[in-house]
Design a protein around this ligand. Structure first.
Ligand code: FDA
Length: 306
């Protein structure tokens, strides 16, 4: 009960603009540095190099979900292209993750497509893969539509499907017409029972189903979960179907289960760490607390240490 209340509380404040602004002002000391690698790309490069040296590969996310003007999206596009160039010049083993809201999804779909084309052209020239994160359900169809348009033009783009959605099995089958590289997750947003399974057990079962369908399709599968049962299930399906190691990978978030990340890398699996950076870290940080209110303890420790 308490856990559910805390979860709803963190999800509520994760998209509160006023609180986000205040948090940005009052800094990193709240404990966010456990989950957010740095405030700019320069600070973050060192962390990526350390992860790469430990056999872990990376996907980089420049944080920032609320964009209100076209001009703000221009800044986000430049930032993304800069990150792609940094990955290339610093020889980092890393990809880029982007959220379409930060490219102007709430302003105009045409704007997002134009912005993403600029990023994907840079990604093509510097040979960096770009993944489109999936946001809340109100943006789901638009995101899938934009992904399909971009995937018809570019090789190096993938997206995410969320197992908590009832409709996702039909969507994954339809997406197969686009030979997609997909990240499969449980889903991080608060959704209504009209569109999403309310029970964790059903979400877990649906994620397993998606993993099996996508692995068996032969398209590249990224299983993004910290859940041992999901990881073990993936290993079992891979073994039973003789899926080559180059056709799938595991993904986890920076700061969550780092020991397990290293263990999987040592076992020979591709283990990608999702590394967020930037000054706009508040919404991301609150969603991590919502997933696991026990993390509040880390935040409190951070507060007392500072
Ligand atoms: P679950 O939450 O059931 O946790 C299983 C176990 O993992 C827990 O019992 C605990 O041991 C450990 N654990 C989980 N979270 C933890 C935490 N915060 N701190 C410490 N331990 C923790 N979602 C989305 O809607 N759109 C997206 O684009 C993405 N992208 C994405 C990328 C990557 C790389 C990952 C790993 C996740 C996402 N997600 C996402 C988030 C995803 O939907 C989901 O909310 C989280 O991964 C938590 O679900 P798990 O599968 O980890 O299992």
């Amino acid at each position: 009960m308490m856990e559910k209340l805390l979860r709803n509380f963190f999800l509520f404040i994760s998209h509160n603009r006023m609180i986000t602004k205040l948090a940005k002002k009052y800094g990193f000391q709240l404990g966010a540095s456990r989950f957010v690698a740095g405030k700019n790309i320069e600070e973050t490069v060192n962390i990526i190099k350390k992860l790469n040296a430990r056999g872990l590969v990376v996907t980089l996310d420049y944080l920032g979900e609320f964009v209100e003007t076209e001009n703000e999206t221009v800044e986000r596009v430049q930032q993304s292209i800069q990150t792609i160039k940094t990955i290339h010049h610093q020889k980092l083993n890393a990809q880029l993750s982007v959220k379409l809201t930060s490219m102007g999804l709430d302003i105009s779909e045409d704007l997002v497509i134009e912005n993403m084309r600029k990023i994907l052209r840079a990604a093509e020239s510097y040979d960096v893969f770009v993944n489109i994160d999936m946001e809340d359900y109100s943006r789901y169809e638009k995101t899938l539509g934009i992904f399909k348009t971009l995937r018809s033009e570019f090789e190096q783009v993938g997206t995410v499907l969320q197992a908590y959605l009832y409709r996702v099995e039909q969507d994954i089958r339809e997406l197969h017409a686009y030979s997609p590289c997909l990240r499969l997750v449980k889903g991080a947003y608060k959704e209504s029972t009209e569109v999403a399974f309310p029970k964790k057990k059903d979400v877990d079962e649906n994620l397993k189903k998606l993993i099996r369908i996508h692995l068996q399709s032969g398209y590249y599968t990224a299983v993004a979960s910290h859940d041992d049962r999901i990881i073990e299930y993936t290993k079992k399906i891979v073994k039973e179907n003789n899926i080559p190691i180059e056709k799938f990978e595991f993904q986890m978030l920076y700061g969550i289960r780092p020991d397990k990340q290293e263990e999987l890398a040592k076992e020979g699996y591709t283990m990608r760490v999702y590394v967020p950076y930037g000054t706009d870290w508040f919404g991301y940080f609150m969603r991590r607390l919502a997933e696991r209110p026990a993390n509040v303890l880390f935040v409190l420790k951070g507060l007392f240490k500072s």
